[in-house]
Design a protein around this ligand. Structure first.
Ligand SMILES: Nc1nc2c(c(=O)[nH]1)N[C@H]1C(S)=C(S)[C@@H](COP(=O)(O)OP(=O)(O)OC[C@H]3O[C@@H](n4cnc5c(=O)[nH]c(N)nc54)[C@H](O)[C@@H]3O)O[C@H]1N2
Ligand SMILES: Nc1nc2c(c(=O)[nH]1)N[C@H]1C(S)=C(S)[C@@H](COP(=O)(O)OP(=O)(O)OC[C@H]3O[C@@H](n4cnc5c(=O)[nH]c(N)nc54)[C@H](O)[C@@H]3O)O[C@H]1N2
Ligand code: SF4
Ligand SMILES: [Mo]
Length: 701
């Protein structure tokens, strides 16, 4: 009789890094529960963790390379697949130049140790400027704000939600997302705990969300107007006469400038545009400064908007001028065991911005990549530097980037495409060859990214649970082989070896961290609470924190013009503003093939307030057409007073109704893609980030 065995690992599906205790027998998962001994998550898990079993067992998951032929998809050997991909890369780059080959890296790359370590060298080997990723449909403004203010793209402040007295949340819904750029497993409980301690949580969102429900107070905001709100909050903060001497005073520059600038934005002037009463704005600002500790946190909803860059800059400014930056209970910085910020910062690799611009729309480069909103046009618009080939790794841009239908047209006419992916899905179906990788339980994992963004310093290694089949390859093996074929150089180190050598640079000398030590402590090691230490790691050239970068200040002209003076024609023709939404049991576009997660009612609906529904005589569950300037889709309505009047919400990541995919359950729960409505030309021109919040739409019955 074989016995049940126990395996400990970190869930790598979202950013929360929950510790799992998995009971298994041979190659079968018996149960997945929270690991109470995990020093970060202490037993918390969400329902998505259960899908790791489904993912492992999914018969739709690809295990051998496949090639698109006239007779459909055919299985081929790895050697044949690599030979062909190598041949195509070399042929196309020789004929059209290096930039003819583009890359797109999707979100799961950052949840995958192998892809993190071998992805960089692979991209470098291609010597192309046409590199794209999900970053520019997500957190790009955070990086730019950190680069311009603190001098390092990854020096991102983490709200100290376990010790704060006042948490102001804008455009984030940790109640569904479990937190982002803030790894805090059990986030919802921590929100409740702030209130139990006598503190307050204020949530600003055009929808009354899962997070709003557990906050002390929620305010509806008009989508895309957060930058004005933040300017007005700062106006009140300075007007109140705060103590301008803080523990960071000697390290700051630009305080007088920002103080002067925000005088132009009294809440009385901005409130009607923002959609929140001016006395409420004043109260939030006063409560913020009168709290012992306070922190402002803004995520997706404020990054992916027209002024996403300004928003993330001003959020940092609020935390700094109220003396809450780099302080317990405020916004803090991590010191992980493998400290990417420190390691790269000491080498001067702090990130880059705007060294060159995109060919078609003149958009700025960020650390070697271009804004993904322009990917389709870079393929479609003829001329020197036009993209002829795409290599997509762990990405589904057809569903996840603005104007997905246009991207489909662009992919269709490429000379060649490769997907490194586990599914034949909406994007990989356009590939000529799909190179499938292992996933989740088959991989060795150490989180390089999310330890860097966590509310507590911990270290944890997850060993392989189930050995891969002989013919399968890990992401890192695929990337390594491709790199070798292009450059002639092979990296003979495994991810485990590379990781071990990185621990040598750890600042936790006494902990003697190594792969072996982490294997001996499978629930992870606690390295302590976050400590103030920003002043030791400011990477700007003058070693000052710049709170008024000219870069952002210049962009306020655009904000004034757009938000105060432009009569928005779109608003007349398209009376509704559209926003997205996440659900605890979705994960972007790629987990709708899990039976456990797809149970329950249809989640791909359009939420509409009852007042709007009454005005249009729309009944609950009625199918309606939603139309934007780039496309239209049909979905059932869910009437809900969660919605602000004039705002509709559709989840992203659905639209599995495209022909030719092989994701059976997802196809049966197809829904429609919100990104068939979002506009690739609507972006934050300052940072190049996609602008999803507040897409103008109309409805037809
Ligand atoms: N309208 C709107 N659009 C959005 C968003 C929104 O809120 N609203 N959110 C944006 C955000 S925050 C993000 S991060 C992006 C996500 O954008 P993407 O990263 O492009 O999309 P995902 O849905 O995460 O797709 C991940 C792909 O990786 C594959 N995959 C999963 N695991 C592995 C693995 O281990 N190895 C390999 N090789 N492949 C794997 C999956 O099959 C899938 O094809 O979407 C963005 N798009
Ligand atoms: N269950 C689940 N968890 C996930 C994911 C998932 O798909 N499903 N995706 C993961 C990824 S890739 C990411 S990046 C994170 C994202 O994590 P979060 O940022 O917490 O993600 P969202 O749930 O999209 O929250 C954005 C919120 O902004 C609101 N919003 C929209 N427009 C505006 C606006 O103009 N102003 C304001 N103030 N609010 C606005 C939306 O209503 C929504 O509540 O989640 C991660 N976790
Ligand atoms: S919250 Fe995220 S990391 Fe935690 S169990 Fe759920 S999906 Fe996994
Ligand atoms: Mo994301």
């Amino acid at each position: 009789m074989l016995e049940n065995k126990i395996h400990y690992r970190t869930c790598n599906l979202c950013e929360a890094m929950c510790g799992l205790k998995i009971t298994y027998k041979e190659k079968k998962v018996i149960s997945i529960v929270g690991d109470k001994k995990d020093p970060l998550s202490k037993g918390y898990i969400c329902p998505k963790s259960q899908a790791l079993k489904d993912l492992y067992e999914d018969s739709d998951r690809l295990k051998t390379p496949i090639k698109r032929t006239e007779n459909g998809w055919e299985k081929i050997s790895w050697t044949e697949a690599f030979d062909e991909v190598e041949y195509q890369i070399k042929k196309i780059q020789e004929k059209y130049g290096n930039d003819a080959v583009a890359t797109y890296q999707g979100n799961p790359n950052v949840h995958n140790l192998g892809a993190m370590l071998y992805g960089g060298p692979f991209l470098k080997s291609l010597k192309t400027k046409q590199k794209y990723s999900a970053t520019s449909a997500d957190q790009l403004p955070h990086h730019i704000a950190s680069l311009k203010m603190f001098g390092h793209q990854m020096l991102i402040p983490i709200p100290d939600i376990e010790r704060t007295d006042y948490l102001l949340i804008l455009g984030a819904n940790p109640g569904a997302s479990n937190g982002s750029l803030l790894t805090a497993p059990g986030f919802s409980k921590k929100i409740k705990n702030i209130q139990k301690r006598g503190g307050e949580v204020i949530n600003i969102d055009p929808r009354y969300t899962e997070t709003s429900k557990i906050s002390s107070n929620h305010f509806f905001i008009n989508p895309g107007k957060d930058a004005l709100l933040l300017l007005s909050l700062l106006h009140v903060i300075f007007e109140q006469g705060i103590d301008e001497k803080t523990h960071l005073s000697n390290h700051l520059k630009g305080l007088n400038e920002i103080k002067e600038i925000v005088k132009k934005y009294p809440p009385q002037k901005t409130a009607s545009i923002i959609g929140i009463d001016d006395f409420e704005i004043q109260k939030i600002a006063k409560d913020f400064i009168n709290s012992e500790t306070a922190v402002c946190y803004g995520r997706m909803g404020v990054s992916t908007q027209e002024f996403g860059g300004i928003c993330q800059w001003l959020i940092n400014v609020i935390n700094i001028v109220t003396n809450n930056m780099d302080k317990v209970g405020g916004a803090m910085f991590t010191k992980p065991a493998i400290d990417l910020v420190f390691m790269t910062g000491m080498q001067g690799k702090v990130g880059n911005f705007d060294r060159y611009r995109s060919r078609v729309h003149d958009l700025p480069e960020y650390s070697g990549e271009l804004p993904v909103a322009t990917l389709a046009d870079e393929m479609l618009v003829k001329g020197e530097g036009q993209i002829k080939m795409l290599i997509s790794t762990a990405g589904n841009p057809v569903l996840s980037t603005p104007n997905g239908k246009k991207l489909e047209k662009a992919l269709e006419q490429l000379d060649y495409m490769v997907s490194i992916d586990i599914y034949l899905n909406e994007t990989s179906k356009y590939a000529n060859i799909i190179l499938p990788s292992t996933n989740g339980l088959e991989t060795l994992h150490y989180d390089l990214v999310f330890h860097q963004l966590a509310i507590r310093n911990t270290a944890k290694l997850s060993e392989v649970l189930f050995e891969k089949d002989e013919n399968q390859k890990h992401d890192w093996q695929i990337l390594n082989e491709l790199t070798e074929r292009i450059t002639g150089n092979k990296n003979s180190l495994t991810p485990e070896k590379m990781l071990d050598s990185m621990f040598q640079f750890s600042s936790y000398k006494d902990a003697n961290l190594s792969v072996k030590k982490l294997k001996d402590n499978p629930s992870g090691l606690d390295l302590g609470a976050l400590q103030p230490h920003l002043t030791k790691r400011i990477f700007t050239t003058d070693k000052k924190i710049n709170i008024s970068p000219k870069f952002f200040i210049d962009d306020l002209k655009r904000l004034d013009q757009e938000l105060f003076y432009v009569v928005d024609e779109d608003k007349i023709n398209y009376p509704f503003a559209l926003i997205g939404r996440r659900h605890l049991r979705n994960n972007n576009s790629w987990m709708h093939n899990s039976e456990l997660l797809m149970k329950g009612k249809n989640r791909c609906t359009v939420l509409m307030s009852s007042k709007d529904a009454n005005n249009l005589s729309i009944t609950n569950h009625q199918q309606i057409r939603i139309i934007s300037n780039v496309g239209s889709i049909e979905l059932p309505v869910e009437i809900s007073d969660e919605m602000k009047e004039g705002v509709l919400s559709i989840p992203h990541g659905f639209g599995h109704n495209r022909e030719g995919t092989k994701i059976k359950l997802a196809e049966e729960n197809a829904g429609e893609s919100i990104n068939d409505l979002t506009d690739d030309h609507k972006i934050d021109r300052l940072t190049g980030n996609a602008n999803f919040s507040g897409t103008r739409v109309k409805v037809r019955l």
